[in-house]
Ligand binder design. Structure first.
Ligand code: HEM
Length: 310
């Protein structure tokens, strides 16, 4: 992709948002102790985000961190993630931290060089609470074997889904949801392929969306394909599989122009929207983390890294 493929709105984003392909990824969720001054974080981020060959490095912030870094304005609907409960007792826990780093590139060594650059820059200022390595699986399949990302918006539609529109506070930036989902693949694999397709809402081999009576209201696609007042609540997903033999799953990343789009999808998965259905995918995968972030446009990021506070 070249810069000219991007709409003016999309060109405002940090480069990681649309850059592809990305065979390897790395995620760092960090806390910022209150005794660390703003100036120390600004300096650490300036070093962490230096250009690094072959790797895109993006940064995003929690609400409280954004308010400390930039007391002048904040995106309208930014808030911190709170633990959510579902109708069947499922929990989506909040593990909200303060600063999120997202690195991705095609070469694992390049990504690792980026991770070391970030770590070296931040280690005296931030505490890393969660660190996950992700990778792109063959045919972009999740570890369940189902292709993930098919219904993502295409071309110009990506910016409309993922970024705050021009003219609003925080234009070009994104609301971000990250959730680490730990799969129970042994249970999922006990289902027949037809049963698995009903859990997801698409066929496994050919990745065709189920239709009519074949599409259960409890499928993952049924719960996340949402219209509100006639407007499709599209988001832009950049999730990757992660893990090893014992602990594996999906590191979910969703970008949205309004935080509410992410919240509605979660509430519909949990069965909290009054229609009596919840997402059967949660029988086979458990959220073990959850956080909301604001990923500012590049120009706003540059501004908060260079301004000085009295
Ligand atoms: C265990 C975690 C998850 C797995 C394995 C998973 C996997 C998938 C798969 C295989 C699809 C169908 C293909 C596609 O269009 O991408 C899909 C669709 C989708 N997922 Fe997920 N997903 C997970 C969590 C989530 C979460 C937490 C959200 C939202 C907060 C979400 C939002 C969506 C959306 C919006 C779609 C497209 C629906 C449509 O319009 O067809 N997913 N997911």
């Amino acid at each position: 992709m070249t810069v000219s493929d991007l709409t003016p709105l999309m060109a405002m984003a940090q480069s990681a948002l649309y850059a592809e392909p990305n065979r390897h990824a790395h995620y760092l969720e960090c806390t910022w102790p209150v005794d660390q001054p703003v100036s120390a974080l600004q300096e650490a981020l300036q070093h962490a985000l230096q250009p690094c060959a072959g790797v895109h490095i993006a940064v995003a912030f929690s609400l409280t961190t954004w308010q400390r870094l930039n007391p002048n304005w904040q995106p309208a609907s930014l808030r911190e993630f709170v633990t959510l409960q579902g109708v069947n007792g499922e929990t989506m826990p909040s593990t909200q931290a303060d600063v999120w780093f997202w690195l991705h590139g095609d070469d694992r060594g390049d990504v690792m060089a980026g991770v070391l650059q970030v770590h070296h820059a931040i280690r005296d200022v931030l505490l890393t609470q969660r660190e996950v390595s992700g990778f792109k699986n063959r045919e972009a399949r999740d570890l369940t074997g189902f292709v993930d990302g098919t219904a993502n918006p295409k071309l110009d539609k990506r910016g409309d889904a993922a970024q705050i529109p021009i003219g609003q506070e925080g234009a070009g930036g994104s609301y971000v949801l990250t959730q680490q989902w730990r799969h129970r693949l042994s249970a999922f694999q006990q289902l027949t392929e037809d049963e698995q397709a009903q859990v997801i809402g698409r066929t496994k081999q050919d990745n065709i969306e189920l239709t009519g009576d074949a599409m259960p209201p409890t499928s993952h696609v049924s719960r996340t394909d949402v219209k509100l007042d006639g407007v499709a609540q599209k988001i832009w997903r950049r999730s990757t599989p992660y893990g090893g033999a014992e602990d594996h799953g999906l590191y979910f990343i969703g970008f949205a122009c309004e935080l509410n789009r992410l919240d509605i999808q979660l509430q519909r998965m949990l069965g909290n929207t009054g229609d009596g259905y919840s997402d059967h995918l949660m029988r086979y995968s458990q959220a073990v983390s959850g956080a909301y972030w604001f990923m500012p446009a590049q120009v706003d990021l540059n501004a908060i890294l260079s301004q000085s506070f009295v």
